[in-house]
Ligand binder design. Structure first.
Ligand SMILES: Cc1ncc(COP(=O)(O)O)c(C=O)c1O
Length: 409
């Protein structure tokens, strides 16, 4: 088991050469130089309309197709045409729900969770206009987890969709998506997974997830403000076109990409895939690109667990701190997105203190408003959230702890 060469890793991210300590990575990660280089290369060499017969248009079209192939590989899609791309997870979720709307019958049941980002709740609520009944899968008040037994109680032969997050952007908990998919499919429903908080920390495998739709945003995964929605092929085939009347339902995935994809950002995303493969190779991995990416993510996980463990241990030792989520790291069940509150202090005051030292953390509800309300944390100003990425160092976590120590008893 080789360790990450953090000097080599950090050199890939130009912003990390500065003085800021980036610990708001679940808000947005730093961007790979190779992603930015590709975006620039595309803009400066390939800005032509696609689909024409002249050579430059053909070459640009090949670049955009290569991007789709790279993203398909990154998520382990069986077919490139299952990969829908668009501006943001929120926008893609609205797109999906808009496409599902004509197929919804009164009484169809939709299960959403209490711990999701609003992107994977609010869009589904709109299906109530077609008579859908929305049920809420609550987090267990003791474990703060989404318990499968509670899901079982919500499922019925009328269940059409279950929408859940792969990892909570507040709790950091990884949800058992494959188990959920098996249960939901057993009653004839489908599963939509928000992988935004998961994809920076684990290699997404849409096939192993068993889900029908998986969505995430590249700006949390070392890339640009851009997003992908994988839709299982048979499901996608059956959806109507949201594009022009002459682009029919058989035109996949273009039918769900009105106005088409952003070419340069798509092309930039190849850099994410290449970085992961090269990092795996540098760690000694051989084999397929996916196997190399897995080696990279295994090393990310070990390193992130060490960072998260360090902060969690310190937080656990403070008498005024309540960790909102799992108190330990290293069991595969949490990503290094760590939330807490401090008795007697607003979350804002803790963050404002840390701001003064060039360390980026954050407070609030992070658009998981319903969870913060359910846990009664609004008065506190939401939680303090520290969210790490694999490029963070032990020294950075120690620097944060030193400054937290100045305000947290
Ligand atoms: C878990 C989760 N889901 C969805 C989103 C929304 O993503 P986007 O900004 O691409 O719409 C976010 C953004 O913070 C998130 O953290």
């Amino acid at each position: 088991m080789n360790d990450l060469d953090l000097d080599r890793i950090r050199a890939e991210f130009p912003a990390l050469a500065g003085d800021t300590v980036f610990l708001d990575n679940a808000g947005g990660s730093q961007v790979l130089r190779r992603v930015a280089d590709r975006v620039s290369e595309y803009l400066l060499t390939s800005s032509v309309q696609l689909g024409a017969s002249y050579a430059a248009s053909q070459a640009a079209g090949e670049k955009v197709s290569a991007a789709r192939r790279a993203v398909a590989e990154l998520v382990n899609a069986a077919h490139d045409d299952e990969v829908v791309m668009g501006g943001a997870t929120t926008a893609l979720m609205f797109m999906l729900v808009q496409a599902l709307l004509p197929g919804i019958r009164p009484g169809d049941e939709i299960v959403v969770t209490e711990s999701d980002h609003e992107a994977n709740i609010g869009a589904w609520m709109r299906l109530r206009q077609a008579g859908a009944v929305v049920k809420i899968w609550q987090v267990d008040r003791d474990s703060l987890a989404l318990e499968l037994a509670d899901l079982d109680a919500l499922l019925s032969p009328r269940t059409a969709w279950v929408a859940l997050t792969w990892a909570s952007n507040i709790l950091g908990t990884v949800n058992p998506v494959a188990d959920v998919s098996r249960r939901v499919h057993a009653v004839g429903g489908r599963v939509c997974v928000d992988a935004v908080a998961y994809a920076p920390h684990r290699l997404v495998d849409v096939q192993a997830s068993g889900a029908d739709v998986v969505v995430f945003s590249f700006y949390k995964v070392f890339g640009p403000h851009y997003a992908v929605m994988w839709v299982q092929r048979d499901l996608l085939r059956g959806l109507p076109s949201l594009n022009h009347y002459f682009i029919g339902p058989e035109v996949m995935p273009y039918k769900l990409q009105p106005g088409n994809v952003n070419y340069e950002l798509s092309y930039g995303c190849i850099g994410i895939r290449d970085y992961l493969v090269d990092t795996g190779s540098a760690l000694g991995a051989a084999g397929t690109p996916r196997q190399r990416m897995q080696t990279a993510f295994d090393a990310f996980e070990r390193h992130e667990d060490a960072l998260a463990g360090r902060l969690l241990q310190w937080l656990g030792s403070r008498r005024t701190v309540r960790i909102i989520g799992r108190p330990g790291a290293g069991d595969g069940q949490r990503v290094p997105t760590i939330s807490f509150i401090v008795d007697g202090r607003s979350s804002e005051s803790v963050v404002r203190h840390v701001d003064r030292f060039g360390i980026g953390i954050r407070f609030g509800d992070f658009y998981a408003k319903r969870l913060i309300e359910a846990l009664g944390l609004q008065a506190q100003g939401g939680v303090v959230r520290v969210s790490m990425a694999h490029y963070n160092t032990v020294a950075e976590i120690d620097r944060l702890i030193d400054h937290l120590d100045e305000v947290v008893a």
